[in-house]
Write a protein that binds this ligand. Structure first.
Ligand code: SF4
Ligand code: SF4
Ligand code: SF4
Ligand code: FES
Length: 591
């Protein structure tokens, strides 16, 4: 690594050659206002001109997100010329923007709003015609409003990097340019898997999760019996909405907040995750013993399921028939729980708090109901829960530590907690599959080979006479490699875990926004490290749990004894399993 000597604001620094001025300045303790630039070029850099600085060799002003440092370069961030240029750039952007910040779902976390305040942008400096816009709120998961788009291209690159054949692109030229699905169709009609990765990188309110807060308010006003359940990844990130460092687990405060928001029962989806493992591990062993379709692939991620239904319909028999944990738990709440508490399932309203935008769509699938009773009624993202708590006036950081409700499904194992990170479902399944096959616990609880963030990980676990070969992938670009092997008949695996979002749910589309500009006290490499910090929070909770295998959860054992009979029983199939169907990538639906 060679170093170059530069000066910023007249002070000498040594920085790595090849860095952009923006990156180098960040390492030296300066945050240059920026907008289109993101995560090592995962964007269309140089398009917004918000990051202009004076730099020697740049013939005046340079876009610091693309211009690289050079030996002897002198950079001025705070000169009158640089300050005025940045302000003009932001004012030009605002001149073609629907500036209704008060009603905008991104207000307070909007990078355009943030830079407008920093550069002191003035209202109405450039007036004229605005680009014709598209507003798409048809899908259950994502709202697209191009009147807020700054054409940074972050969403285009993120979708392409995560999923290979990206859904989004630039359309038209010049003044009429737009970003969206091909032919400007709705997300709902496109091959989009509604994972929300594009939403997490969008700097403005152009892409937002579709809010279901009104639906929850309405159910409460109707006097419904309100049950809430939170996914494993939520506890690892909710604190970020309240200024806590990334990776701070907030399980106790989250339970306390939910109770104070008026929910009659507060449950952890980790119980549903344990239930999923019982069903899935037994399904796997049944397939192995009875020459069933292998490799079996996990089904917890609706983004992945949607991708399979769109692009790999021929491989649908490989996907486990298990519903995802929150859907399973919703079905148990509307049956077993309702029966025990003498409640009419129609009067129960189940809300899932999820790290995921695709779960909003999953809960609406026609298959996710039993006898006309929906498993889950509303899905809120972590950010929506943060908004609800803020709206209530609670000071989150001063809440006491409380537990989940204990009755019926209040116990969860460490295996359920690690579902939130890529490799977690596999690790949890291996802990139980070994026990089912061998009749004893595996010596190891932790299976390091399936942990980490490499695109594809694999392991071989000896189980009796069988060497079980497994693989883990997250993001569809990685999954595609494993899926093509199956198609070609060369897959060596028995069991594959696939998650839609790169890194799993801890990086889901409904998680808190991670940005340098909003986290000035975090390390400069935070965009690279936040997933590992959130994952550590979950692995630590697993380590602290005295129960670490789903089959040792006493309430799961009781549920089978008293209600479901045994894993994969007729009743279990009725409530906890589902079906899939191929779909066209592009389709026009009646609406
Ligand atoms: S995207 Fe940002 S600047 Fe635009 S209306 Fe929303 S909050 Fe305001
Ligand atoms: S939701 Fe996911 S699949 Fe759809 S456009 Fe965004 S990143 Fe791509
Ligand atoms: S939708 Fe958002 S991320 Fe995509 S180009 Fe527009 S502003 Fe950028
Ligand atoms: S942030 Fe550099 S040009 Fe947009």
């Amino acid at each position: 690594m060679s170093l170059v000597n530069i000066k910023i604001e007249g002070r000498p620094y040594q920085v790595e050659e090849g860095l952009t001025i923006l990156e180098a300045a960040r390492q030296c303790g300066y945050e240059i206002p920026s907008l289109c630039s993101f995560n090592h070029g995962e964007c269309n850099p140089g398009s917004c001109r918000v990051c202009l600085v004076e730099a020697t060799g740049a013939r005046g002003l340079a876009a610091s997100c693309v211009y690289q440092v050079a030996e002897g370069m002198e950079v001025l961030i705070n000169s009158p010329k640089a300050v005025a240029a940045r302000r003009t750039s932001v004012e030009l952007l605002l001149s073609n923007h629907n500036v209704n910040c008060q009603q905008c779902g991104k207000s307070g976390q909007c990078e355009l709003q943030n830079v407008a305040r920093i550069v002191g942008a003035r209202e109405g400096m450039f007036k004229g015609e605005k680009t014709p816009t598209t507003y798409d709120d048809v899908s259950p998961s994502i709202v697209r409003d191009t009147s807020k788009c700054i054409l940074c291209g972050r969403c285009v690159e993120r979708c392409k990097n995560a999923h290979g054949n990206g859904v989004l692109g630039f359309q038209n030229r010049g003044f009429d340019a737009k970003v969206g699905p091909a032919m400007d169709i709705s997300f709902a009609d496109s091959p989009c898997i509604l994972c929300g990765q594009c939403v997490t990188v969008c700097p403005t309110g152009a892409l937002l999760p579709k809010s279901e807060i009104d639906k929850v308010d309405f159910a409460r006003a109707q006097g419904k019996y309100m049950v809430v359940q939170t996914a494993p990844a939520v506890r690892a990130a909710l604190g970020e909405e309240f200024g806590l460092p990334i990776g701070t687990p907030v399980t106790g405060k989250m339970a306390a907040a939910l109770r104070r928001l008026g929910f009659n029962r507060v449950y952890d989806v980790d119980f549903g995750a344990d239930l999923t493992i019982m069903e899935e591990a037994n399904e796997l062993l049944d397939r192995v013993k009875n020459n069933g379709v292998l490799p079996m692939i996990t089904s917890c991620s609706p983004g992945w399921v949607s991708y399979a239904e769109t692009y790999y319909a021929d491989l649908l028999p490989h996907i486990s028939s298990c519903k995802s944990p929150h859907q399973m738990q919703g079905a148990i709440i509307k049956s077993y729980f309702a029966e025990i508490h003498g409640l009419d399932p129609k009067d129960i309203f189940v809300v899932s708090i999820m790290p995921c935008t695709a779960k909003k769509s999953e809960k609406d699938r026609p298959q996710m109901e039993v006898d006309g009773i929906r498993d889950v009624d509303a899905v809120l993202t972590v950010r929506e829960l943060g908004d609800l708590i803020k709206r209530s006036g609670m000071q989150f950081n001063r809440l006491p530590e409380e537990g989940f409700d204990y009755d019926i499904m209040g116990t969860a194992t460490g295996a359920g907690v690690i579902f939130g990170v890529t490799g977690g479902v596999m690790e949890a399944a291996l802990r139980t599959a070994y026990r089912v096959l061998e009749g004893k616990e595996h010596d190891a609880v932790v299976f390091n080979a399936v942990r980490g963030f490499d695109g594809i990980r694999e392991a071989t676990i000896a189980m009796g006479v069988l060497d079980v070969k497994v693989a883990v992938a997250s993001g569809m670009a990685n999954a595609k490699v494993l899926l093509d092997q199956i198609r070609e008949g060369t897959s060596p695996y028995h069991f594959i875990e696939i998650m839609g979002c790169p890194g799993g749910c801890i990086n889901g589309g409904g998680m808190p926004i991670v940005r340098h500009c909003f986290l000035p006290n975090e390390d400069v490499d935070i965009i690279d490290t936040y997933r590992a910090k959130r994952a550590r929070a979950l692995y630590t909770e697993d380590e602290r749990n005295t129960l670490r295998q789903s089959h040792n959860n006493p309430q799961i054992i009781e549920l089978y004894d008293k209600f479901l009979e045994k894993p994969n029983s007729h009743k279990a199939h009725e409530l906890l399993h589902t079906t899939y169907a191929g779909r066209e990538p592009f389709r026009v639906q009646d609406r």
